[in-house]
Design a protein around this ligand. Structure first.
Ligand SMILES: Nc1ncnc2c1ncn2[C@@H]1O[C@H](COP(=O)(O)OP(=O)(O)OP(=O)(O)O)[C@@H](O)[C@H]1O
Length: 773
């Protein structure tokens, strides 16, 4: 669907006149023009309403059929054979999915119509609907027949004479808006009406959630949405060009056209932070697709949630692939607190394994550990026991004593405690905590980090060790470590009444992993299975690697991909080794400095598959007044970059408020108070990274539509009004700071207020004269 210039008809037909005037290929009736126009339009709306009513009647019938199918599925359960249970599950699953899709389609079921020069008329909607005689009432927007709705232009009308957008409130048609694409082939009585409702829709109030754009997808966006499924799609474009919207509609498209392939292994959508995933989470369900999994980069690893961004200097270190060998060496290093030697006394003889011998055993075990040291725990116990026996044998012990010796040592507390400290089971977080020790970090880095870098990193992990806080990049490191340390063995659950001897990790009453004595668990008078030490070790070895790999997906969407560090790409790659990808990025908004390294890591994740690249050029979010200011900052941040074209005018001109030292929170509060009267929807307050606290305090008790966040967390979001606090600090916090400020300046759909202590700097940067707070 081609886009209107500001203040013009959405496309195609020459529409010089304001608008609500219906225009026709033939001259419009003379007078009274306004009344006649309203009458013609109402007649068109009434006609569409009749069609929409029929479609809703059939939708209700289809929902009834889906419910009946579900009931039928449950009935089959009563038959009870294995086969019928499987059929029942499939039937119920499909019927439920279908029922959910139909429910989601209820809101705005029909939104478009195509009149072809063949005389055919197609209505386009959220799902396909047929009447009882199988006549098509509505074509699903993702079906090939609907393609012209988004793709036809006056230059290439694709048989479409008139394209109509229907605006509905609930089940009621409230407006229609036409594009005349092929006047030559228009029948004499064809009516064309329109009032620029598309542009009006763009300036609607924001309620904090993104909405689908299915009725108004533009041609260049549709190209990306419907790109072939055989490769990966990369969508680039400036802020507000609809990149996120396109990626989400592509997921709905892929699931519709290739459900078998993408539905079974699933789709993962990854956004920069949880605020962003909450913002987009309604889009796919509103398109009838509830199956995709949404995650932020901070919660991709089970049981971990990032709660802060690292400073730019720390992020540069943690995000680079140089972390891979460093982490590997940290995993292989002797654990902190490991004993230097082992002394065991057996029947009056002391057997000692000295530091050198223990180091040799460790090296050997690590060499053999394909799945990380955690999987070698049983092997470690065996190797130490074997070395002890060798020592004893060298001092004259006979072969016949071996079993008794091993039984004796393995059962001892001191051996369990030794094993637990010498070869502990480790979790990724333990390794990061260990790296809080500068000496250990230096060893792992093999001298490749300078003193300042060691201090920065170890300070960051000291904070983690003390508080348990992890950063977004720590999550990527923990995911890397997950693979390096290997899965933790999963002990079988304790079952009441079952003696602990059945647990393969219990050796003679001791849990060889934790060192816990569990002898008391089995009642003394219970008859026990008689097993040897060797039986139990063999059993332990067999069950050791049961932990799960991270889930793999058939398709992965990465939003704000320009910000991903190489280590984060590695984390995603592990989840999509066989996936196709949709990548959404705008290098001009990147907070990550080494764009080359990031691009290489992305390329590695995407693999050899074909890539389809698209560039979106129109800014649907910012009014031209805000876009102009943002473009000035873009020119400084990325000289030569082309800003997207803003289609709307009529926003408030951006305001610059100057304040004195220490006056920032009060000035921000005053700006927000003013904006709450000006706009009905959300007001976003964007602060420097790590600097939200004073503003959150100043705005305590304000309505929930006021949201405070730092500039990195503002990525991808939009608000009716935005207040940028301390732009200079945002710009100077990192080498990529000006780009981050550019992101912050492009969040508002209507009003933008920038509050600064450095008025000359800000006025020069933005080209706006300051007012005093
Ligand atoms: N074709 C369209 N019809 C209606 N609204 C649209 C259309 N395309 C985009 N929008 C709206 O424009 C706004 C910006 O879209 P979106 O967030 O997808 O842009 P983006 O390119 O991802 O921006 P950013 O780079 O800042 O994250 C959203 O409100 C979206 O709904």
């Amino acid at each position: 669907m081609p886009l209107p210039s500001p203040g013009q008809q959405p496309s195609g037909a020459p529409a010089p006149d304001p608008a609500t005037t219906p225009t026709a290929p033939r001259p419009a009736p003379a007078a009274p023009a306004a009344d006649a126009a309203a009458h013609v339009k109402q007649r068109e709306i009434d006609a569409e309403q009749r069609h929409v009513d029929r479609a809703y009647e059939r939708l209700d019938a289809m929902r009834g059929e889906a419910q009946a199918l579900m009931r039928e599925g449950y009935k089959q359960a009563q038959v009870g054979t294995m086969g019928s249970l499987v059929e029942r599950d499939t039937m119920v699953f499909r019927a439920e999915l279908w029922a959910r899709t139909l429910d989601a389609a209820d809101d705005g079921l029909v939104f478009g119509r195509l009149d072809l020069h063949t005389g055919d008329v197609w209505h386009i909607g959220r799902v396909g609907v047929r009447d009882a005689d199988s006549e098509i009432l509505v074509v699903d927007w993702r079906a090939p027949a609907a393609e012209s709705f988004y793709q036809a232009t006056p230059e290439d009308p694709r048989q479409v004479v008139r394209r109509r957008v229907l605006h509905c409130r609930g089940h009621k048609v409230v407006d229609v808006e036409d594009d005349l694409l092929d006047p030559e082939n228009a029948p004499d009585d064809l009516v064309v009406v329109g009032d620029g409702a598309f542009l009006a829709a763009l300036s609607r109030t924001r309620d904090g959630s993104m909405r689908d754009i299915v009725a108004t997808i533009q041609q260049e966006q549709d190209d990306a949405i419907r790109a072939p499924a055989d490769g990966s799609v990369i969508v680039r474009g400036g802020p507000g060009t609809g990149k996120t919207a396109v990626a989400l509609h592509r997921v709905a498209y892929l699931l519709f056209r290739h459900r078998q392939r993408f539905g079974s292994r699933g789709v993962l959508v990854v956004g920069p932070n949880p605020r962003f995933t909450a913002y987009i989470e309604r889009v796919l369900p509103s398109l009838g697709e509830g199956g995709a999994v949404l995650h932020s980069l901070g919660d991709l690893v089970d049981g971990t949630t990032a709660n802060h961004h690292d400073s730019a200097a720390v992020a540069r270190l943690k995000g680079a692939t140089a972390m891979v060998p460093l982490l590997r060496r940290a995993v292989d290093d002797t654990p902190a607190g490991a004993p230097r030697e082992l002394r065991i006394r057996h029947r009056g003889t002391e057997v000692v394994l000295d530091a050198r011998t223990l180091r040799g055993i460790r090296r050997d075990l690590l060499h053999r550990a394909r799945r990380g040291p955690n999987s070698q725990r049983v092997a470690a116990a065996k190797a130490v026991l074997a070395a002890l026996w060798e020592r004893l044998a060298s001092r004259g012990a006979g072969r016949g004593e071996k079993e008794a010796f091993l039984e004796d040592v393995a059962a001892r507390d001191e051996f369990a405690v030794f094993l637990d400290t010498w070869w502990p089971l480790v979790k990724p977080l333990d390794i990061l905590r260990g790296l809080a020790d500068p000496a250990r970090l230096d060893r792992a880095a093999r001298g490749r980090l300078g003193r300042e870098q060691i201090e920065l990193l170890s300070a960051s992990w000291r904070h983690t060790a003390a508080t348990g806080d992890v950063s977004f990049l720590d999550v990527a490191l923990m995911d890397e470590l997950d693979g390096l340390v290997g899965p933790l063995p999963r002990p079988r659950p304790k079952i009441a009444g079952v003696p602990e001897e059945d647990n393969p990790y219990i050796v003679d009453g001791y849990d060889i992993f934790t060192g816990e004595a569990v002898r008391a668990a089995a009642p003394a008078d219970e008859i026990r299975e008689v097993t040897t030490y060797a039986d139990r070790m063999a059993r332990a070895g067999r069950t050791r690697d049961e932990a799960e790999e991270p889930a793999e997906y058939a398709h992965i969407v990465v939003d704000e991909a320009q910000d991903l560090a190489p280590m984060q790409w590695r984390m995603l790659k592990r989840r999509g080794r066989h996936a196709t990808w949709t990548i959404v990025e705008d290098p001009a908004q990147s907070a990550w400095e080494d764009l080359g390294a990031s691009a290489a890591a992305m390329s590695d994740a995407l693999g050899e598959r074909r890539r389809h690249e698209f560039v979106l050029t129109t800014n649907y979010r910012n009014p031209a007044e805000i876009a102009r200011v943002a473009a000035r900052v873009l020119e400084r941040a990325v000289p030569g970059a082309t800003p997207a074209r803003a289609v709307r005018t009529g926003g408030e001109p951006p305001r610059l408020v100057a304040t004195g030292p220490g006056g920032m929170p009060d000035a921000v509060r005053a700006a927000v108070t003013g904006l709450l009267d000006e706009v009905e929807g959300t007001v976003g307050v964007v602060a420097p990274v790590g600097g939200t606290a004073p503003y959150a305090a100043a705005l305590a008790g304000f309505p929930a539509r006021v949201q405070v966040m730092d500039a990195l967390d503002a990525k991808g979001l939009e608000f009716d009004a935005a207040v940028i606090a301390d732009p200079r600090e945002i710009a100077e916090q990192a080498p990529s700071g000006l780009r981050t400020l550019y992101v912050a300046l492009t969040r508002a759909t209507r009003s933008l207020v920038v509050v600064t202590e450095d008025q000359d700097w800000a006025a020069d940067l933005m080209g706006v004269e300051p007012a005093r707070a």
